[in-house]
Design a protein around this ligand. Structure first.
Ligand code: NDP
Length: 328
């Protein structure tokens, strides 16, 4: 029998947590042959609700779930963690300036990074979902100098999945036949979903679509603003699809990408495609044996270059702001 994998989830009592935990416990995060132990981290006010969710998890009698523990201390929450899903974050309140938001999140992600550094398993892999995700990941990474930097990642898989779905609807081709789509940059309104290297049923997606106006005025803004559109429609945020994307991100990282396709992940830049080294930016990546690699050698046309540069500029500004606050 395999030893269980310890999965720490922060913000476990929140909306995304509620949609996420049951799928982790049912084997969708790592695979149907991998037992898991859940470590739920909450702020003290969230502990009671997390206990309620844990009762429901018990009541599912998931064969792969070998334990649930609840903590309000990150040092305990991350003890032995093989996977860290950092979901809890401070949302932007009314009238909150960016500096205030970054400072509030520094107060969350810095101690969590330190706790990961000091207590997580040697093979820990971290995904930051809580926004601003890319920069929160940078803060946690900076607080964990003993953990290899590439283990800190940020989620752009929801954007990737949204783009797949939009392109499928435009072309009438099922998502299963769309490959090599890329989200570049920041998980924010400046992100750039790129279809120039994508294929739709084996043909170049940009050529199949052949409509730059649709790309610029419809596709890109629809993908970037999808979260707000869902809040408008359902009166609540896109928690289930965010949880699904977090599952996809880790599953791909651990289990590999299929031959002839890639996924999008926010990862520390090695300078590829002109993205300054160290910024946590979204790239096209392939994965194998628990490691990811940036897809190299893609031609970036002018349309793409301008949009990648704009999103990267925003990431640089966020990095400068957290530097100024002494958070990295
Ligand atoms: P959610 O579970 O809905 O969201 C959590 C975070 O995920 C937010 O930062 C949110 O960003 C982000 N997010 C990323 N993608 C999406 C998406 N597609 N849709 C929605 N959110 C997305 O928040 P809740 O308020 O329901 O729950 C948060 C929980 O975290 C609470 O239980 C709170 O107690 C806890 N918490 C725990 C901390 C800890 O463990 N130390 C620290 C802080 C909070 P955005 O705001 O931009 O939507």
């Amino acid at each position: 029998t395999r030893t269980p994998v310890n999965v720490t989830v922060t913000g476990a009592a929140g909306q995304i947590g509620y949609a996420l935990l049951f799928r982790i416990a049912s084997g969708h995060l790592l695979g149907q042959d991998v037992p898991v132990k859940l470590r739920l981290l909450e702020i003290p006010q969230g502990v009671k609700a997390a206990e309620g969710t844990a009762m429901e998890l018990d009541d599912c009698a998931f064969p792969l779930l070998q334990g649930i523990d609840i903590f309000d201390d990150p040092n305990k929450g991350f003890e032995g963690a093989n996977i860290g899903l950092l979901v809890g974050a401070r949302p932007r309140g009314p009238g909150m300036e960016r500096g205030d938001l970054l400072a509030a999140n520094g107060g969350i992600f810095k101690p969590q990074g330190k706790a990961i550094n000091d207590h997580a398993a040697d093979d820990v892999k971290v995904l930051v979902v809580g926004n601003p995700a890319n920069t929160n990941a940078l803060i946690a990474q900076a607080a964990a100098p003993d953990v290899p930097a590439e283990r800190f990642t940020a989620m752009t898989r929801l954007d990737h999945n949204r783009a797949l779905s939009q392109l499928s609807q435009k072309t009438g081709v099922p998502v299963s036949e769309i490959k090599k789509l890329t989200i570049w940059g920041n998980h924010s309104a400046t992100q750039y979903p790129d279809i120039f290297h994508a294929t739709v049923a084996g043909k170049n997606a940009a050529e199949v679509v052949n409509d730059e106006k649709w790309l610029a005025e419809d596709f890109i803004p629809t993908v970037a603003k999808r979260g707000a559109a869902i809040i408008d429609a359902r009166g609540a945020s896109s928690a289930a699809s965010a949880a699904n994307a977090a599952i996809d991100h880790i599953y791909s990282w651990v289990n590999g990408t299929p031959e002839g396709d890639w996924v999008s992940m926010g990862i520390p830049s090695d300078g590829s495609y002109g993205v300054p080294e160290g910024l946590i930016s979204s790239f096209p990546v392939t994965t194998k044996d628990g490691k990811y690699e940036i897809v190299q050698g893609l031609d970036i046309n002018e349309f793409s270059r301008a949009r990648i540069d704009a999103s990267v500029k925003e990431l640089e500004e966020e990095r400068a702001a957290v530097r100024e606050l002494g958070l990295i």
